[in-house]
Design a protein around this ligand. Structure first.
Ligand code: IVH
Length: 682
């Protein structure tokens, strides 16, 4: 039994902490079952730190109180979010230590400030005996049963660990685990489960899970842990570790099986602290978990002792924050915005707050169902999140009483911009304005979509100009763009003759285009760039798709023959070209001189490679990647981005990388350019 336990401890450390599994899951499960069977037979020989005991114990009524042997301190925060936060701290440390200006830089440890819940883990004789929350720093709560369920926390330490060891760190939930958890919750809710909810953010979810009275529930929440300090430890005189620096101590904790962040590093003086703060700041949104800042600590433990504490805060450490990505604020109103496809988006109008580095006064509520799920009403205090360049969103309502009755938000029945009826299709979450290009909001977005680089690429036609053109009723439909003259453009606000001429030049140049760009630019629902290309290749000419009259437009059945076009897309294309006003727009654009080269319909051209999937990697000697792709697709092959068992061929050129390795691993045939040409000539 002991041997099995040792093996299981070691495998789970590799799996959870090192992220480098040493055995397949099935092997782990088999060992686990074997141990369980033995323990069932010999229940007197089950130690509390057995791997089978991670989830055990009954639900509690309350948590027992725990007095910390060494108080759990808090940390001073530099409210200043600029570089000077590090400078101030370094200057204070140097002053307290009596260092002169020409003395060498102080050595620090720079760490991430994890956004979770502080925990003290107590080990006696190498076994986890108690886990406690910070509480008020003196007295916390005993959450041992819950903490045991966290795979990254060792239940047992190696033989060189001291007889008494308290490790301190942060329990948190990774963003991926949080998203997955919410995904599952949404499925449960959709399936009609009662009393289920989605969670607001990883921090609160992690904290809630740790303070959950039933450990079986905690076990279902995917939690993680990082160690960043320690409490009581067997003293050196009694054979405990002789730590000299914070950094060396963390490395030792890592060697005993605790996860220590790879971003923890040494830094010499304020300059390197500032560099750390900046580099972590740029990566913040890409980290797998939330942080709210960084922490600087004096590395030498002797200097730490010299610096000491002020009340509950050590003088040797400081937290240096980043602008918060979540803020609380009040909802002043809920507006509805209309997008290019007529989608109505409820948007919360907010009491302006500074979040994620800018002042935010509007945040998306996505759609009516999200809004209802979150239960947002006007007057509520909500949490707004703005991370990176993502559009600010309302993540949830801060619970609290409503002092007056506030009616639930309703989607308007008529478009707030054009007054057309608002509709919602079955199975769809979005409400839409049915006004089409009659609706000014849709018109603006449609023009911007048509003009964008990936479509007609009209230089100089930006958002501000389009607003003016649509609002001034100068441009009502896409063809109106090509009827613009120097006089009408220069008459607009802030439009000099030179820039007006640039816009006209941009428009003139855009007349010469390609069929895929034109099709994409029309903004047919579900028709992105890739589908536009497939359509163009399949039909060759626009008339083949449109037909001479609405009833001759390509049928849904014909459209379904196109590569990657399914029923929803086919229906959307068919419907689009049946509308007389859409056909009119196309005709007028052609009459305004918009043209492209038409080709042979691929449907009639032979497709010798239909059914094959090919992956291109590396640089071919003569064929460009786009060219190779075009040739393959014209011959009916599908060109994919990654190699799988279903890949028919991998075409590899110079400096081919992992895709080539993968092909060899899976035994997928590999071709060079000559091989590709031969394939194409079949
Ligand atoms: S050290 C003596 N290091 O921030 C210093 N704390 O008030 C004690 N935190 O609740 C804390 N990341 O949960 C330290 N790398 C880190 C941290 C960290 C997050 C949290 C901790 C505590 C709060 C500090």
């Amino acid at each position: 039994m002991e041997e099995l336990r040792e093996q299981l401890h070691s495998h789970s450390h590799s799996y959870y902490v090192l992220d480098r599994p040493t055995v397949p899951d099935a092997v782990y499960d088999a060992l686990f079952k074997e141990l369980e069977a033995l323990e069932a037979k010999y229940p007197d020989f089950i130690p509390p730190d057995s791997p089978t005991r991670r989830v055990s114990g009954k639900a509690l009524d309350v948590f027992a109180k725990v007095r910390h042997k060494v108080p759990m301190l808090s940390i001073r925060t530099e409210t200043d979010i600029e570089a000077s936060g590090a400078q101030n701290f370094d200057a204070r440390v140097r002053k307290e230590l009596g260092l002169s200006d020409d003395a060498p830089p102080v050595e620090y440890v720079a760490e991430l400030k994890f956004d979770g819940l502080a925990i003290n883990l107590r080990y006696e004789q190498g076994s986890l005996v108690q886990a406690a929350t910070r509480g008020d720093g003196e007295i916390g709560e005993d959450v041992t049963q819950n903490i045991r369920t966290i795979g990254q926390i060792p239940l047992r330490l190696p033989a060189d660990a001291p007889p008494v060891l308290e490790v301190r760190g942060e329990v948190y939930m990774s963003r991926k685990d949080f998203d997955r958890l919410n995904e599952r919750q949404r499925e449960k809710i959709a399936a009609g489960a009662k009393g289920e909810k989605t969670y607001i953010n990883p921090r609160n979810t992690a904290a809630g899970a740790v303070r959950q009275l039933d450990p079986a529930i905690t076990a279902q929440r995917p939690l993680s842990f990082f160690a960043y300090g320690w409490g009581e430890v067997t003293p050196v005189e009694q054979g405990g570790p002789d730590f000299q620096t914070h950094y060396a101590a963390l490395l030792t904790l890592r060697s005993w099986g605790f996860p220590v962040s790879a971003r923890t590093q040494l830094a010499q003086g304020a300059t390197e602290l500032i560099a750390y703060h900046q580099s972590v700041g740029t990566e913040r949104d890409q980290l797998p978990f939330d942080i709210d800042g960084v922490v600087y600590k004096v590395n030498s433990l002797a200097l730490q002792r010299q610096l000491g504490f002020v009340t509950r805060e050590p003088r040797w450490a400081v937290a240096h924050k980043y602008p918060a990505q979540e803020q609380m604020t009040k909802v002043l109103g809920i507006d509805v915005q209309v997008g290019r496809t007529g989608k109505l988006t409820p948007v919360a109008r907010l009491d302006p707050v500074f979040v994620g580095g800018t002042t935010v006064s509007n945040a998306t509520l996505h759609n009516l169902f999200e809004l209802r799920r979150k239960g947002v009403r006007v007057g509520d205090t909500v949490i707004v999140r703005r991370a990176g360049d993502v559009i600010p969103e309302v993540v949830g309502v801060v619970p609290g009483p409503r002092h007056a009755y506030v009616p639930n938000f309703r989607m308007p029945r008529h478009c707030p911009i054009c007054g057309s009826a608002v509709t919602r299709e079955k199975q769809e979450v979005n409400h839409r304005c049915s006004g089409g290009l009659f609706c000014a909001a849709q018109r603006k977005q449609a023009i911007l979509h048509y003009a964008q680089r990936r479509a007609m690429d009209i230089e100089g036609l930006g958002e501000k100009l389009v607003d003016q053109l649509v609002e001034g009723q100068v441009v009502k439909t896409l063809p109106d763009l090509y009827r613009l003259g120097l006089t009408s453009l220069s008459a607009l606000d802030r439009m000099a003759e030179k820039s007006a001429q640039n816009v006209l030049d941009g428009l003139a140049q855009s007349r010469q285009t390609t069929l895929p760009r034109f099709l994409f630019g029309l903004g047919i629902r579900h028709v992105g760039e890739a589908t536009a290309k497939d359509l163009a290749r399949h039909f060759g000419a626009l008339d083949a798709i449109m037909g001479a009259t609405p009833d001759q437009a390509a049928s849904v059945a014909q459209l379904l023959e196109v590569n990657d076009v399914g029923p929803i897309v086919a229906e959307a294309i068919h419907t689009f070209f049946q509308q007389p006003h859409n056909r009119e727009v196309v005709e007028q654009l052609r009459a305004c001189g918009v043209h492209w080269e038409e080709g042979e319909p691929a449907a009639r051209a032979p497709q010798p490679l239909a059914g094959l999937t090919v992956v291109l990697t590396g640089t071919l000697p003569t064929l460009g990647r786009e060219e190779a792709k075009e040739l393959l697709e014209t011959a009916g092959a599908k060109v994919a981005g990654s190699v799988s068992k279903k890949t028919s061929y991998v075409v590899a050129g110079a400096e081919a990388g992992s895709k080539l390795d993968k092909a060899r691993e899976l035994g997928v045939p590999v071709l060079d350019e000559a091989g590709l040409r031969e394939l194409l000539s079949r």
